[in-house]
Ligand binder design. Structure first.
Ligand SMILES: *Cc1c(COP(=O)(O)O)cnc(C)c1O
Length: 495
């Protein structure tokens, strides 16, 4: 297929109407049937380069990013992503490889998988790791399928139909359990932690697994973790570790030491690769001896000095993703681990816990803290007292945006009334923490009217969240439909 070279004095395609009897209009593939040709000229936007640059630069400045300010989004661990990791992920050897190249030409990439798996095995205290899953929730789902497959092999699947969860569980936990075909059973926490008596009452020979985050989403380390391990294993169930945020325990303790059988880690949280906005992610899975044979294929193996992909795992749950996971994220995570080393990773845990306790103590003078004051990487406040002034946690979160910081996580965990969940990762300095305290103080003490109408300084004020979800605009076609809806609104003429 060739394009005919246009002569400099020929009219350009968009300067004239094409007609069906024109045998070979300029710029059109010779022989293209008339029915496939444009009937009207293309509507090119008539803008200069400068106008385009200004437009997109302005748009980019309306956005919020870690490079401009802190993200105290509890449970999400929004840390700074060092630029050197980006540089490495964009090198040709990382960015331009194809997953279906012959294995001999992928030795470096396979070695990176293998080394990252070994590092994560050491960090989690669980011997076997798979890097296939594309997100935390994907890892949870895969692990639950592994648990199903295990109980099927034990001849216990008919009986083991339940997954137990505490009421502090991240929303993806019950969703993954339900998708994997289990019934979910929630147990009530006591002072923000698992109540062993509740767990004992719920656990039985119907229990397939108990899913737990530790430290949990209230930022508390479960003091009864050894008893939890005992209760679950006494009834023959599996202990599942939601390790989306490992910040608080890196190099200090591990799911393996706590007695867990399987864990997922969000490389896109703890190991500092970009996330938010729907991905991409990387949910590494680490498994103990019982569940390791069920990990997804392919597994990366080392044979002599060569690395290979091994599909010959008869017990595996099979393939869960095209290709071999999100390779770019693995490169960043591996670079991050190497850059820190074991001592450095431990330092991250210490610093993130220190940050969170410092901030928790200071903000605790403004709003009540529902649980014991000593926390790990995050803490929870309750905005309930604001109600007396007709203000809700949502208003406070919106008002914080005017201070140039991102809002914390709100209304989660659900067991705290009007909750705010705050995490300032180790990457944030004391100066940033103090600035946040000042911003928070100004926001809490603002007038109810200002709080209820915030934000005032951003390009978009309050959005109608229900409408935004119901009338999703994802394409130009939706945009047209939305404009029609807008015009048809009874109050449209007035505005
Ligand atoms: C973020 C998170 C998840 C889910 O991870 P995704 O990558 O968003 O699917 C699960 N559990 C906890 C505790 C989390 O913070």
């Amino acid at each position: 297929m060739t394009f005919r070279q246009a002569r400099w004095d020929e009219p350009l395609l968009w300067d004239r109407e094409s007609s069906d009897d024109d045998p070979d209009p300029v710029g059109v593939i010779p022989g293209l049937p008339a029915s496939l040709r444009r009937k009207s000229p293309l509507e090119w936007p008539e803008l200069s380069e400068l106008e385009v640059i200004r437009h997109f630069t302005r748009l980019s400045q309306m956005n919020f990013g870690i490079d401009t300010s802190a993200y105290p989004l509890g449970s999400c661990t929004m840390k700074y992503n060092p630029k050197v990791q980006e540089m490495l992920a964009r090198r040709r050897g990382a960015a331009e490889v194809h997953p279906y190249q012959p294995e001999e030409t992928l030795q470096g990439e396979l070695e990176l998988f293998w080394r990252l798996e070994r590092a994560l095995a050491r960090i989690t205290g669980l011997p076997e790791v798979s890097l296939q899953a594309a997100a935390g929730a994907h890892g949870e789902f895969a692990a639950l399928l592994m648990i199903r497959a295990y109980f099927r092999d034990q001849g216990e699947l008919d009986r083991r139909t339940e997954v137990i969860l505490p009421d502090t569980a991240h929303g993806t936990n019950p969703a993954s359990a339900a998708m994997a075909g289990f019934q979910t059973r929630e147990i009530r926490s006591k002072d923000g932690c698992v109540d062993p008596a509740e767990l004992r009452a719920a656990a039985s020979d119907r229990t397939a697994a108990f899913m737990l985050t530790n430290p949990n989403t209230a930022g508390l380390f479960e003091p009864d973790i050894s008893e939890i391990d005992e209760i679950l294993h006494d009834v023959g169930g599996m202990l599942y570790y939601d390790g989306a945020n490992l910040n608080a325990i890196l190099g200090v303790t591990s799911p393996g030491r706590m007695g867990f059988d399987v864990a997922h880690l969000n490389l896109h949280k703890t190991f500092s690769t970009p996330h938010g906005g729907g991905g991409p992610g990387a949910g590494a899975l680490a498994a103990g001896e019982k569940l390791a044979p069920y990990l997804p294929v392919p597994r990366v193996v080392k044979r002599g000095r060569k690395f290979a992909l091994d599909y010959d795992r008869p017990k595996s749950i099979g393939k869960i993703k095209t290709a071999f996971g999100n390779f770019g994220l693995d490169v960043r995570a591996y670079a991050y681990i190497l850059a820190h080393g074991e001592e450095g990773l431990r330092h991250i845990a210490h610093r993130s816990v220190l940050n969170s306790n410092y901030l928790g103590k200071r903000l605790g003078t403004l709003l009540p803290r529902p649980f014991r004051p000593l926390v790990k990487h995050e803490f929870v406040l309750s905005g309930a007292p604001l109600r007396e002034r007709g203000v809700r946690t949502l208003d406070l979160a919106k008002r914080l945006l005017d201070e140039g910081v991102h809002a914390p996580t709100i209304y989660f965990p659900a067991l705290v009334e009007e909750s705010l969940m705050i995490e300032f990762p180790e990457t944030e300095s004391r100066h940033e923490l103090d600035r946040f305290v000042e911003a928070f103080t100004r926001a809490v003490n603002d007038t109810p009217e200002n709080l209820r109408t915030a934000p005032h300084s951003l390009s978009v004020s309050r959005v109608d969240e229900v409408r935004a979800a119901r009338e999703l605009i994802l394409s130009r076609k939706d945009l047209g439909a939305a404009a029609k809806l807008e015009a048809a609104r009874p109050d449209a003429a007035a505005s």
